[in-house]
Design a protein around this ligand. Sequence first.
Ligand code: NAD
Ligand code: TYD
Length: 358
Amino acid sequence: MKILITGGAGFIGSHVVRLFVTKYPDYQILNLDALTYAGNLENLRDIEAAPNYRFVKGDITDPAFVDALFAEEKPDAVIHLAAESHVDRSITDPLAFVRTNVLGTVHLLDAARRLWQPAGYDGHTFYHVSTDEVYGSLDFGPDLFTEATPYDPRSPYSASKASSDHFVRAWHHTYGLPVKLSNCSNNYGPNHFPEKLIPLAIHRLRTGQPVPVYGRGENVRDWLFVKDHATAIDAVFHRGRLGDTYNIGGVNEWQNLKLIELLCDEVDEQTGQPAGTSRQLITFVQDRAGHDLRYAIDSAKIMSELGWKPSVTFEQGLRQTVAWYLENQAWLDSVTSGAYQTYYQGQYGRGASPAPAR
Ligand code: NAD
Ligand code: TYD
């Protein structure tokens, strides 16, 4: 089986590529990635010479390129992760999200349909990796997102992912394309670009810079270790039902401020700094526009139907993650060089605001 994995040089994609290349030596894994700011082939150095792995540089927003690739490579299956993935960037450049997440997904869907439909869809799968943010925002309380929760996206990022999910289902219902979807909560772990909260905080603590907490730091996210997301994708790809969606989450809700305090303490411990040193860098800044209050996932379906569960506790995952960033400072330095500085301090720099009442 030849599997086209899109976005394989990114954070989650690189863990999925590594899992499939090493676990399934009989599969051919073709990694298609445009290598945007978020794509980094360093993430895959350890497996790049594997005989069942190949990388192709290309842009899913270019239909001629996508068509030529499908005609030449004839993939049996697609696992689609390529996307613009950061909410803050989507607020300042929403069109990039429409182009890649919506149009790019439609180009892939239609290329797969045109390649597979003539001889029948048997043995083929188009798997779209999506986010829980399509469901909108929860209040504080016991509610969880289930697979039946109505879509209610609020940010340009989540609207673009919701739209792409709808197109995936439309290709299933209209053309019979054999699709699967999963909607996952916030991931963390090695190789995460330091614009997202956890790697950003570790990077800034490591370099003695303030760690920005949006608003009052009360927003809640449900964190899952990236390698556990990769094993969930493996389970859905191989055993999930066609046409179905599976929610994936860590049963691991944290308020941002509590999470950052935990991270500070972990960094102090692993660097041998006196306890409390890192917490002094916590800085409250202007809130994100339209900041979703709470995400929390009900993973009962994937756990009961596919037997998947996370392999690490949050404490273990976070410890491994902090250790990885401290041991891989060269990776962080390379991805936080020139372009990142301009991006972070220019367009997205946030002024400090008074500390909220605690
Ligand atoms: P990422 O930003 O780290 O990586 C995205 C990858 O896609 C990069 O390698 C980039 O070069 C590539 N890419 C972007 N535009 C492209 C284009 N036009 N053509 C080809 N390649 C392109 O993202 P991630 O965090 O690894 O997320 C991967 C997928 O998982 C996304 O679809 C995202 O919506 C979804 N997801 C992410 C999370 C999370 O917490 N990060 C949670 C749930 C779902
Ligand atoms: P992020 O990692 O950007 O993921 P998402 O917005 O997709 O959930 O942000 C996680 C949470 O952390 C979110 O509530 C916004 C908040 N946040 C901060 O408080 N400070 C930061 O510097 C960043 C990047 C995020």
